[in-house]
Design a protein around this ligand. Structure first.
Ligand code: ATP
Length: 510
């Protein structure tokens, strides 16, 4: 396949051509970093949400879901620390006039050196038998040197970020001779902090209007409802509150399709635990969330954990599940041990007690929290990009196929009459009527069967069912598997059960 940049371009073009993702307001030349989901995209998105909701809420007795509003009292964002600290360190390139996140430039630099190490190790593995001692020592030396470089950059970056020393961050970029990835220029401005929250005004009369923020995360809607849920749901620790919803961030770097958007969706769960037990639950959620990803059947090699160097102001441990996107490994999901920071802050700012009564200890306390937070749109991109395949077939022809996990595929089955006459379309519609309450079906009678298969491959439909003249005689159809392209003839009576088994969430959740 072509290089990664080309691959990303192909995925963006494919997503548009087949109704997955459109640029927002495209007829007005678009709005930067804002996207719309088309007829296929919305189905894939809904299926990802459903998989998350089922596995978090439906499969856990002690997790419930809520849907809190996007607008919240302005004090919420003071209490959470977002007004003061939800900043990105920005740096401008004076020649290209492009703006970057200083920490991301440094992380990309580290990633490049990491790539060099991996290459060196792979080369050594391949030539292991023929390696002499001198070569081995040389390779080892280079790997160690590069590892030391990474450690040095990491520790300088960590120190600068923790002390909020923006000049040190800039010095590091200069010392490492990091160039603007677009222009190659090293003419950098100072580093400045930039708050990412959008604001608007609430209230009809301008003078009386209050400035409020569009929520930059869904988590705070959960914290402010802690007491409501705990009391009305008669919850006992440990318990979780889950929510899926929109979040808004005025992102500066908005160049990676739906990876970094200004309006996006999060799927977050806050798990409230007894203080002192947070590390046990942090490990539990790391493992559980990893399994959630792997159960989709996406290759394990695409995932890795990245523990945070600098934990956010609210956390005592944090890790990212990173995914191998076409532009490299980047954060897909965060798992954070948030201590009792948020609830305590809301106690202080609201003046209300947000405590749990532990009947065994006969004691009130503020619970600790483990958070799992995944971007729905990033998950969408992870699924889409890892499913996109260009294949050359045995007869020399080629196809583009989206090998989506069947449970997530927008359309589960295409029902195709071989011809438009002889009662075949009616028979096909009869089959659709028997399936449509359970799954999304598509009726397709246009063009040759071969063309119709290609179309369904391109949108990722896992199964194609052909209705032919034999169907009218013995009530059998041929069913074609998208990935293997194998066809088999089966009785219509077995069709629903076969499809349900292959496309339902039960198979991956159980
Ligand atoms: P990044 O470092 O990439 O900006 P973050 O650490 O700020 O991400 P969190 O605040 O931990 O992200 O948000 C939780 C999740 O929300 C992320 O793991 C990501 O999947 C998603 N997310 C965050 N910002 C965006 C965005 N601008 N567009 C799409 N998804 C996002």
């Amino acid at each position: 396949m072509a290089n990664d940049n080309d691959l990303m371009k192909k995925i963006v073009a494919h997503a548009k051509e087949y109704g997955y993702v459109f640029q927002s307001s495209e007829i007005y030349d678009g709005l930067s970093a804002v996207y719309d989901y088309g007829q296929m995209g919305v189905e894939l998105k809904n299926n990802i949400k459903s998989y998350w909701w089922k596995s978090m809420v439906q499969m856990h007795e002690n997790i419930i879901g809520i849907d809190s509003a996007i607008f919240m009292h302005p004090k919420v964002w003071e209490a959470s620390g977002h007004v003061d600290a939800f900043n990105d360190p920005l740096i401008d390139n004076k020649d290209s006039k492009k703006r970057y996140r200083a920490d991301v430039l440094l992380e990309d630099y580290i990633e490049k050196i990491n790539g060099k190490i991996l290459k060196e190790v792979k080369k050594a593995e391949n030539r292991f038998e023929n390696f002499n001692e001198a070569e081995f020592r040389k390779t080892n030396g280079r790997v160690l040197d590069n590892q030391k470089k990474i450690d040095d950059v990491n520790s300088r970056m960590k120190a600068a970020l923790e002390a909020n020393k923006l000049d040190d961050l800039r010095d590091l970029i200069i010392d490492l001779e990091i160039a603007d990835p677009v222009s190659g220029s090293r003419n950098w401005s100072d580093v400045k902090q930039f708050n990412l929250m959008f604001s608007t005004e609430i209230g009809a009369v301008a003078e009386e209007a209050n400035k409020i923020h569009l929520r930059p995360e869904t988590a705070q809607g959960i914290f402010v409802n802690f007491l409501n849920v705990y009391k009305t749901g008669r919850m006992k620790l440990p318990f979780g509150i889950a929510q899926i919803g929109k979040a808004f961030r005025n992102e500066i770097i908005a160049r990676q399709f739906i990876f970094r958007m200004r309006e996006f969706e999060q799927m977050e769960m806050q798990f409230f635990v007894k203080p002192g037990e947070e590390m046990k639950w942090y490990d539990y959620w790391k493992e559980t969330r990893q399994k959630w990803h792997l159960r989709l059947g996406i290759s394990e090699e695409n995932y890795r954990f990245h523990d945070h160097l600098k934990v956010a102001h609210y956390a005592n441990a944090a890790t990212d599940i990173e995914f191998n996107f076409p532009f490299g490994f980047k954060e897909l999901e965060g798992i954070h041990s948030r201590t009792d920071f948020d609830l305590k802050q809301h106690e202080e700012f609201s003046g209300k007690k947000l405590k749990y009564f532990d009947s065994e200890l006969n004691e009130n306390y503020v619970p600790y929290v483990i958070e799992t937070s995944i971007g729905l749109d990033r998950m969408f991109l992870a699924v889409l990009s890892s499913s996109y395949k260009e294949e050359t077939l045995e007869d020399g022809s080629s196809r583009v196929v989206l090998k989506l996990p069947p449970a997530l595929a927008p359309t589960k089955v295409a029902i195709m009459p071989l011809t438009k006459k002889d009662g075949l379309p009616e028979k096909a519609r009869e089959i659709i009527d028997s399936l449509k309450f359970e799954m999304n079906c598509q009726y397709d009678e246009k063009d040759s069967i071969g063309k119709r298969y290609r179309r369904q491959d391109a949108i990722g439909t896992p199964f194609g069912v052909t209705v032919d003249h034999q169907t009218l005689e013995d009530n059998t159809v041929t069913i074609r598997d998208r990935d293997t392209m194998q066809q088999e003839r089966i009785a219509i009576a077995y069709l629903k059960a076969k499809l349900m088994k292959a496309v339902s969430f039960t198979t991956i959740l159980a």
